[in-house]
Each structure stands twice: as structure tokens, then as C-alpha cells.
Design a protein around this ligand. Structure first.
Ligand code: ADP
Length: 461
């Protein structure tokens, strides 16, 4: 395939991921363009790009970053060759990818058809079933009536989980443990799905008890090469949202680990996938694994895979979008048989949330900001500096702290040392809570599943 020339990239995002992408671009000698909302006029990402433009004037804070036509106008007016959508916002929006294509701007991500399939949990399940990948037992597509949901529960038994077809970010899911609770949960799930995702399609699947969340990082080029970069264990979650991630997983038998990698590659190959994506699975205590979804974009926790494999995933995304082959320069990632985990990496998501008050997001000015650092430490921050004002308008991720070492124990000890070195004043953070997590015996001995945080009250300071 002919290589496309990319000299200037606009990042249609904000915060830490925008800065992460600017850094990748600058190292590749590509000029960077930021967009920022009125509320983000003082945000750090604005100043970390070569050029920056106000977007979505008069729109609500979130909507500014969803202003497809406004973003494209800025791109066209400023000779932008490609747009990187980051995660969240427009990253999984097929319409946005299509509009980029129409305007002759490269969308750094998969093809439109992949966003259409994987943005819809029911279609994604179907793709997995077609590729012979085990999925959590569930209804064939969305359920139309309460009776259909009831029928599934009768056949498979409780507990079940009701999920919004368009759900994401841990939202739009409800566990139902008994027949009595089904009607209420069904109705609530439907109205919540409508309110949150603009569409009320829901489906029902079996709720798995105490699973681990294991996901496989994929890179695929336009010549049909697909490589996985091993797995991440994201079982440390609060209310189905990831809090601490580990790469590689510590407790998978070699055969199941390989089977999961193979399943992920097979699924992505079956849809002729392009660019970076993650295939997510749940693994039961007896090591049965089930596909749950694909995230067709860069993920928050891509950092730890980079640390253990040495592959720069964001730069790979850009180079793949330019049409390069995975194995040739300048991408030059290892051949599959040479991809190895060189040690262990852990990532903690430091947020401006108050663990003593049900993780309520805090707002205000950061009066002091000092971080950890040193050998084997990586910090990816958004507005992490003294004087920054944290507003209530956007998600509360402040800085991702990742540590890397040859053993898990050393990476965990480095994490604790780093968390303890932080001094953040003027705004509440979840750091004390994270310290409790990474020193908890269950975390250290690896026996954690996705229910760990919610079932362990002593973690909450
Ligand atoms: P989202 O797109 O909102 O991230 P996912 O489908 O990826 O939703 O699921 C997020 C988390 O929810 C999983 O990691 C797991 O903890 C929990 N979960 C999802 N489906 C099930 C299930 N069928 N059984 C048990 N837990 C589940």
C-alpha cells in the first residue's frame, strides 16, 4: 500500500491522552494541533501542542469535543493531514471516521465498519460467535420485551446481567440476582440506556461470578499482519471501572494464556481489523474464558503494555495509518514469536475524587503538586501542575502512574513508594485509597477478581 504523508496531526481530545499523543508525534517529527473548549482555555494540553484552536464555542463543555464539523473546519483551515481521536469522545464514532474520510483526512484508527461492529455490544458478540470465540452465554441480540429477558433467565438461571447495547465505561450494566428484581432492573436499564446512550436497546447475559478481566492488545496493519502484544489484567475495578492494571497477568496457565491470545488475533483477523485495538475477556476461576468486547482505539492502560514490550503503541498507530507494514521500519515491532514480557508493569489511575466521600469528584485549584519519579516510573498527566484549576466538566483522571520492574513484587513496591511521594494540595485525590489497594494482601498475592474492591470495605479510607 502506498504510504500517506502525515506532517500534521490534530488530536481531537484533551487531558493526558492528548499530551501522550503530542509526544508521540513530536518524536516522529510531526507537527501537532490541539483543540480546546472554552472551559479548557487554561488546560495544559492546549499549551503542549504546536498550534491550538478553540472548538465548539457556545456548546456545552463535553459537546465541544464532540463537534464533528467544528473539528473538521479547524483541521481543513490548518492543513491537518490526520486526526487522532484518543479514547472516549469521538474515538469510537463511525460517523466521525466517515466524515474524516470524506474530507480527505486520515482517521488514526480502524475502518468505519470496525467502529460500527465493535461500538455495538450485540454486533460485537455476533462477530465473536462467527469467529468461533467463546462468548458469555447471552440473548441473540437485543431483547424486545421483559418476557424475553425472563425466558433467558429461566433457561440459564440467575444471576444475569442486563447490558446496554451501546454501553461503555462501566455504565449501562445491571446485575440481577433474582426473578423479583428482573422487572425493575429491565425497566431501569432501558430508561438509563436511553438517557445515557441515546438508544434503549439492551440485552441479557449470564453474570459470571468472580471473573478476572483479561484483555489482549492488538496491532494490525493494512497488509493483513496482526500481532498481539500480550495481555493486561484489569480485574482491579470499582463498579466495573478499571482502577489498577497489571501486565502481564500473573496467574494464567500457559495454555489458557496462549488460547486467549490466539482467540483475540483470530477475531481481529476475521474482520480484517486495522490499527490498534483491544479484545476483552472474562476468565472464570476455573479458567474458562469468554469474550466480552473489543475497544477499537487506544486504551487508558496501553502504557503498561508499552513498558513490558518496548513497543510504542501510539506511534505504531500513526505509522500504521500512514500505511506502513508492522515489521518494517519505521514501525519495526517484533515478530509475534519475539514479543516478550520483559518484567511486570502496574498502572494506577490517580483521580481527583474523594474516597472518603463516595469518590465524589473534587474541583478547585491545585495549590501544590509534587510527584514521584525515578527508575522504572512513568507519569502521564493532564492538568498535573501547581496552579491548575480542576473543573467539574470532564472526567476526573489527573495522572496515570505506571511502574515497571523485573518482578511483580518490585513493581508493586515501586508503585507504593511513588504514590507516597506525591504531594497534592488544594484538591482531593484517591491516592490514599490506591495505597490501600497496592498494599492489600489479596492484591499482592494475586488472588483478586473483578469484585475485589467493591467487596473489600477496608480499602476505603
Ligand atoms: P464497558 O464497555 O462499560 O467497559 P464491559 O463489557 O467491558 O463494559 O465490562 C466491564 C466490566 O463489567 C468487566 O470487566 C466486568 O468486571 C464486568 N462485567 C461485564 N460483563 C460481565 C458478566 N457477564 N459477568 C460478570 N461481570 C461482567
Amino acid at each position: 500500500m502506498e504510504n500517506k504523508n502525515i506532517n500534521k496531526i490534530l488530536v481531537a481530545n484533551r487531558g493526558e491522552i492528548a499530551i501522550r499523543i503530542f509526544r508521540a508525534c513530536t518524536e516522529l517529527n510531526i507537527r501537532t494541533v490541539a483543540i480546546y473548549s472554552t472551559e479548557d482555555s487554561g488546560s495544559y494540553h492546549r499549551y503542549k501542542a504546536d498550534e491550538a484552536y478553540l472548538v465548539g464555542k457556545g456548546k456545552k463543555p463535553i459537546d465541544a469535543y464532540l463537534d464533528i464539523e467544528g473539528i473538521l473546519e479547524i483541521a481543513k483551515a490548518n492543513d491537518v493531514d490526520a486526526i487522532h481521536p484518543g479514547y472516549g469522545f469521538l474515538s469510537e464514532n463511525a460517523e466521525f471516521a466517515r466524515r474524516c474520510q470524506e474530507e480527505g483526512i486520515v482517521f488514526i484508527g480502524p475502518k468505519v465498519e470496525h467502529l460500527e461492529v465493535f461500538g455495538d455490544k450485540a454486533k460485537a458478540r455476533e462477530a465473536a460467535i462467527n469467529a468461533n470465540i467463546p462468548v458469555v452465554p447471552g440473548t441473540d441480540g437485543p431483547v424486545q420485551t421483559l418476557e424475553e429477558a425472563q425466558q433467558f433467565a429461566d433457561e440459564h438461571g440467575f444471576p444475569v446481567m442486563i447490558k446496554a447495547v451501546l454501553g461503555g465505561g462501566g455504565r449501562g450494566m445491571r446485575i440481577v440476582r433474582s426473578k423479583q428484581g428482573l422487572k425493575d432492573a429491565y425497566e431501569r436499564a432501558k430508561s438509563e440506556a436511553k438517557a445515557t446512550f441515546g438508544q434503549d436497546d439492551i440485552y441479557v447475559e449470564k453474570y459470571l461470578e468472580k471473573p478476572r478481566h483479561i484483555e489482549v492488545q492488538i496491532l494490525a496493519d493494512s497488509e493483513g499482519n496482526t500481532v498481539h502484544l500480550l495481555e493486561r489484567d484489569c480485574s482491579v475495578q470499582r463498579r466495573h471501572q478499571k482502577v489498577v492494571e497489571i501486565a502481564p497477568s500473573r496467574f494464567l496457565s500457559d495454555s489458557v494464556r496462549s488460547a486467549i491470545h490466539e482467540a483475540a488475533v483470530k477475531l481481529m483477523d476475521s474482520v480484517d481489523y486495522l490499527n490498534a485495538g483491544t479484545v476483552e475477556f472474562l476468565v472464570t476461576p476455573d479458567e474458562q474464558f469468554y469474550f466480552i468486547e473489543v475497544n477499537p482505539r487506544v486504551q487508558v492502560e496501553h502504557t503498561i503494555t508499552e513498558l513490558i514490550t518496548g513497543v510504542d503503541i501510539v506511534q505504531s498507530q500513526i505509522l500504521i495509518a500512514q500505511g506502513h507494514n508492522l515489521f518494517d521500519a519505521p514501525v519495526s515491532i517484533p515478530k509475534q514469536e519475539d514479543v516478550r514480557a520483559n518484567g511486570f508493569a502496574i498502572q494506577c489511575r490517580v483521580t481527583t475524587e474523594d474516597p472518603a466521600n463516595q469518590f465524589m469528584p473534587d474541583t478547585g485549584k491545585i495549590m501544590a503538586y509534587r510527584t514521584g519519579g525515578g527508575f522504572g516510573v512513568r507519569l502521564d498527566a493532564g492538568n498535573g501542575y501547581q496552579g491548575a484549576v480542576i473543573t467539574p466538566h470532564y472526567d476526573s483522571l489527573l495522572v496515570k502512574v505506571s511502574t515497571y520492574a523485573l518482578t511483580f513484587e518490585a513493581a508493586a513496591s515501586k508503585m507504593l513508594r511513588n504514590l507516597r511521594e506525591f504531594r497534592i494540595r488544594g484538591i482531593k485525590t484517591n491516592i490514599a485509597f490506591l495505597e490501600n489497594v497496592v498494599t492489600h494482601p489479596a492484591f499482592l498475592n494475586g488472588s483478586v477478581d473483578t469484585t475485589f474492591i467493591d467487596a473489600t470495605p477496608e480499602l476505603f479510607v
